[in-house]
Design a protein around this ligand. Structure first.
Ligand code: ADP
Ligand code: MG
Length: 261
């Protein structure tokens, strides 16, 4: 059964999509079966795998509106064991449409049930808001990874994010424990970078796990999407690629499965 992990932070530009794409690819290269579900109408995770988001027949929008099955919407990638459910701008209409459905917050969860046994990990790339799509992501997820950009305002909005996770747990009886906090766009050479890292650790204290792996600011990570490839395929040697390889290993180790070399 797949662990379903939502990559979540309502702030844009903190590395959610980059993490979904590259962590998924790194785990697939470690022989894991991985599905990436693009829940952002911007479709950046879709594009990041070289999928033409406006040319696909079915997307996560058609799944959520009951017009296709997850299997029908799933696209395989060049990486063995790695599939994607694509998204495009059509999904932006879903917030209003879904709100009229009975039990709208469980639609993604129910859709995922049919494919969960086919994968080891399902990553949901969550849109930058705390609306209905994000609630669907939280209800579907077993756990969340929160990428935090190492900048001065890193923790701004974190209380709202934790509150949203708590509300879904209490009101919808759907807990999504934090699997880890991931520091992204991190520069260990600067004082600011180091300060933010220690602030993040202090903020979460012992209560939450902060990944030992940090993701450096690395231009290759930003370039790879324009080539339609995860960075670890585009340039395996780059520091950004290596960081996601390390993160995949850290997660495999946490999960107690084999291969933590
Ligand atoms: P989000 O999905 O949270 O909005 P993205 O993953 O799309 O964030 O990242 C925002 C922008 O920053 C993108 O252009 C991406 O390529 C770039 N980026 C993300 N992580 C890094 C990094 N570690 N180093 C350099 N650029 C990055
Ligand atoms: Mg994104």
């Amino acid at each position: 059964m797949a662990e379903i992990i939502a990559i979540l932070n309502q702030k844009g530009g903190c590395g959610k999509t980059t993490t979904a794409v590259n962590l998924a690819a790194a785990l697939a290269l470690n022989d894991k079966r991985v599905l990436v579900v693009d829940m952002d109408p911007q479709g950046n995770a879709t594009t990041g795998f070289g999928i033409q988001k406006n040319e696909v027949d079915s997307t996560i929008y058609s799944v959520l509106t009951g017009n296709s099955s997850v299997e029908d919407a799933t696209v395989s990638t060049d990486i063995s064991g790695l599939d994607v459910v694509p998204s495009n701008i059509a999904l932006s209409g879903a917030e209003i449409e879904l709100s009229k459905e009975v039990g709208y917050h469980t639609i993604l969860e129910l859709a995922m049930e049919s494919v969960a046994e086919n994968y080891d990990y399902i990553f949901i790339d969550v849109p930058p808001s705390l609306g209905i799509l994000t609630i669907n992501c939280l209800v579907a997820a077993n756990s969340v990874i929160i990428p935090i950009q190492a900048e001065f305002y890193a923790l701004e909005g974190m209380a709202d994010l934790l509150e949203a996770i708590g509300l879904v747990e209490r009101r919808l009886k759907s807990p999504s424990p934090i699997k880890g906090i991931l520091l992204t766009l991190y520069d260990s050479r600067t004082r600011l970078g180091r300060d933010v890292y220690s602030n993040v650790k202090e903020y979460f204290g012992q209560s939450e796990y902060v990944f030992k792996t940090t993701i450096p600011r690395n231009v290759t990570l930003a370039e790879a999407p324009s080539h339609g490839k995860p960075c670890i395929i585009y340039d395996e040697e780059s520091s950004g690629s290596q960081a996601y390889v390390d993160l995949a290993k850290e997660i495999i180790k946490i999960d107690g499965t084999v291969d933590s070399k």
